[in-house]
Write a protein that binds this ligand. Sequence first.
Ligand SMILES: Nc1ncnc2c1ncn2[C@@H]1O[C@H](COP(=O)(O)OP(=O)(O)OP(=O)(O)O)[C@@H](O)[C@H]1O
Ligand SMILES: [Mg+2]
Length: 220
Amino acid sequence: MIELKTISKVYDNNIVALQNINLNIQEGELVVLKGVSGSGKSTILSLIAGLLKPTSGDVLVDNKHISKLPDHFCSDYRRDTVGFIFQKYNLIPTLSVQENILLPLVPLNPDEKELHVKLENVMNMFQIEHKKDVIVKNLSGGEQQRTAIARANVNNPKIILADEPTANLDEKLSKEFIKILQSLKKLKKTIIVATHDPLFFDLDFVDKMIELHNGKVVCC
Ligand SMILES: Nc1ncnc2c1ncn2[C@@H]1O[C@H](COP(=O)(O)OP(=O)(O)OP(=O)(O)O)[C@@H](O)[C@H]1O
Ligand SMILES: [Mg+2]
């Protein structure tokens, strides 16, 4: 479903972030991307999300050439197919929980009823319903995380990308996140988690562990 074919990425300052990466991820798989800081994990997620273009090689999702799409098609692809969970949540602190969750749907101009159903669905799923009118800056770290996860799922994307999702969480909340991951996997989402948190390294429901070192795959 997701294919990276001989991908290289050289940033403007001539930093080689990725070299000849080949990856094949099947629908419904949970993949953990590990590697030390600077090894290229976030760059891979950004390429799959269509946020970055490779210097060479090709990114295919459902046989579609994501890396060759013009920018406006890329944002459609991202909105319809990808849910991104960021390390620092990227929520808007002055908006409420429900306003943040609805943000990805704004450009779609959906009708009120549909909006409400989608909102209630993800708020229940990720247990943040009771805080729906609270301004995000007044939430705890775990509640912000659940809001961010609800927002990433509001459009029911097939692919979930999570970049260092537990970096700001304590051990209890990290374990809660892992349970959420397990429930997303049961929903047949294709999930890629970039992390150096050892909590992810021996989970029995992880399908693939990929290790990066200096922009190359060292272990699959
Ligand atoms: N926008 C950018 N411009 C220039 N160089 C960049 C940019 N983004 C990343 N890099 C460089 O590319 C390399 C890979 O970065 P990347 O962010 O993908 O690593 P990472 O594995 O996610 O690291 P971390 O664990 O610290 O998040 C690093 O050397 C980094 O400095
Ligand atoms: Mg990173």
